[in-house]
Design a protein around this ligand. Structure first.
Ligand code: NAP
Length: 244
């Protein structure tokens, strides 16, 4: 993927950060997108210190205008996006019966609508180039369901549907669209879970350990590679055997 431009949302920490480092290592120019500019600038500096190209760009994935501006700035700096990783995601958990509409709306806006809008925008160029990779970061709970996360689960299941629909629409243009469904990964998102819950979860994971962001990044990097050219509409589980 040398000299291709990759745009990674939620690149400031966790899984997105690991994806940016892995894609950069594989030769891509990386546009690092999130709301927190300080963390993005630090990562961009780290990548540049290794002699690779990186660009920090602020984006709020819950805001259509912000997505449009971030992708336009990236195109100006690095050329159009060839690899899009829709990774930005949030949780606002609560039982469905008591869930506030705002908590439903903001999770769907960031996790699903933002991914759709970013895909729509990058597809224009990918269609002209007859080459493109879109990788949506879903979740094991998008496949299994999870109590207390109706909004998050709906957004992650929605990403799987979006992946399959786009894969069918775009296949004839040599654009692949896939999803990665991580299981339980050690990041800020999962830090708030109690030790008891984590121990219980590990008991259900075949590989008997929690995942690391790099485990997910390796799968993303593969799907972005030339070697993955005949894979589209696929959901790649990276969950240590938590769900099969
Ligand atoms: P994380 O550590 O909480 O990081 C989330 C990232 O998303 C941050 O970079 C954050 O940056 C960004 N983000 C959040 N809201 C945003 C917005 N409105 N606009 C732009 N960027 C936004 O989470 P993570 O664990 O790495 O998760 C990454 C993805 O993997 C998510 O989609 C998550 O649902 C999925 N996932 C995670 C796990 C897990 O166990 N950790 C499992 C399955 C799936 P700013 O706050 O700076 O904007």
């Amino acid at each position: 993927m040398t000299n291709r431009t990759a745009f990674i949302t939620g690149a400031s920490r966790g899984i997105g950060r690991a994806c940016a480092l892995a894609l950069s290592e594989a030769g891509a120019r990386v546009a690092l997108a999130a709301r927190n500019t300080t963390q993005l600038e630090e990562l961009a500096a780290e990548i540049r210190s290794k002699g690779r190209e990186a660009f920090a760009v602020t984006v709020d994935m819950a805001n259509a205008e912000s997505i449009h501006e971030a992708l336009a700035k990236t195109a100006k700096e690095f050329g159009p996006v060839a690899i899009l990783v829709n990774n930005a995601g949030i949780t606002k958990d609560g039982l469905a019966l008591r869930m506030k509409k705002d908590d439903w709306d903001s999770v769907l806006a960031t996790n699903l609508t933002g991914a759709f809008l970013a895909s729509q925008q990058v597809l224009q160029h990918m269609m002209r180039e007859r080459w493109g990779r879109i990788i949506n970061i879903s979740s094991v709970v998008g496949e299994m369901g999870n109590p207390g996360q109706a909004n998050y689960v709906a957004s992650k299941a929605g990403l799987i549907g979006l992946t399959k629909a786009l894969a069918q629409e775009m296949g004839s243009r040599n654009i692949t669209v896939n999803a990665v469904a991580p299981g339980f990964v050690e990041t800020d998102m999962t830090q708030k879970l109690s030790q008891e819950l984590k121990d219980n979860l590990v008991g259900h994971i075949a590989l008997k350990r929690i995942g690391q962001p790099e485990d997910v990044a390796a799968a993303v990097c593969f799907l972005a590679s030339e070697e993955a050219r005949y894979i589209t509409g696929h959901v790649l589980n990276v969950n240590g055997g938590l769900y099969m």
